[in-house]
Design a protein around this ligand. Sequence first.
Ligand code: SF4
Ligand code: SF4
Ligand code: SF4
Length: 271
Amino acid sequence: MCEFCTKHGEGKKWYENIVNYSEEVFNQVNSKEHFKKYLSNFYHGMTHDIPLAYKWKRRIPFIYNLIVFPLVTRHMKKTHFGQIVPIEDIENILNNFSSIVRLPCICRKVTIGENKRFCFGIGLDLTDIFEDVPDFSDFDRMTIQEAKMYLKQLDEEGNTHSLWTFNTPFIAALCNCDRDCMAYRFQMKMEIGKIMWKAEYVAEMDMSLCNGCKECMKMCYFGAIKYDMKNEKCLINLKKCYGCGICRNVCNNKAIRLVERENVPQIAFDW
Ligand code: SF4
Ligand code: SF4
Ligand code: SF4
């Protein structure tokens, strides 16, 4: 289990501890005014602060990596941190709630200029705050059953799922992302800090079932799957695998499954 499970999981995975979605924890680490201000600054952060950090990273990479990167990572762990979570765990978490709020996806507005709704407000009802923040005010409610069906569709289309804190350990967002996600770009492309942990799982492939069709490789936007010309099969790079599980959707031979990260010694502590 990762450091967040140890600190905030009470013996479970940290996102399975339902207290972390509660009003009690919200009040311990947040206030409504603070949360509203944080959301109001989201768009500016993505369009101004992140490009600025990237500019400095390119200008002085050594100093950035040595000093700024750890500071940014520490800050994000405290304020807005996410973890990839496979769909089956998401469905289990949703069973604890009666409804969910579908929100505008700020990342895609920034990266591709489109208004999509792939982001969910989960747990505590914060709609009175969303109503006051223009970037989030255009939301709609879904029942849990509707949300599960929608998430399944997003999963099959290749969106990974992640849960996010707003002042850790308070969890308030369930995101469904692809290459247009700013967190993905922040971490994987710009490499300006660590904001998103790998899942508590990793993908395992049964080579005897793989026919080398490469469909899983096309699906994995973390670059964790490669084609092995010699054996004419695909291979998973465990170090790169985020454990999202979306590659399973396209494997007709059921050659891929998720296993607990902590049971795979070479990556058990690699988040
Ligand atoms: S994290 Fe994903 S769902 Fe959430 S705002 Fe960004 S791209 Fe959209
Ligand atoms: S989708 Fe399945 S059969 Fe095709 S390359 Fe991937 S693991 Fe092999
Ligand atoms: S190989 Fe890992 S990171 Fe890539 S799609 Fe499969 S589970 Fe996700």
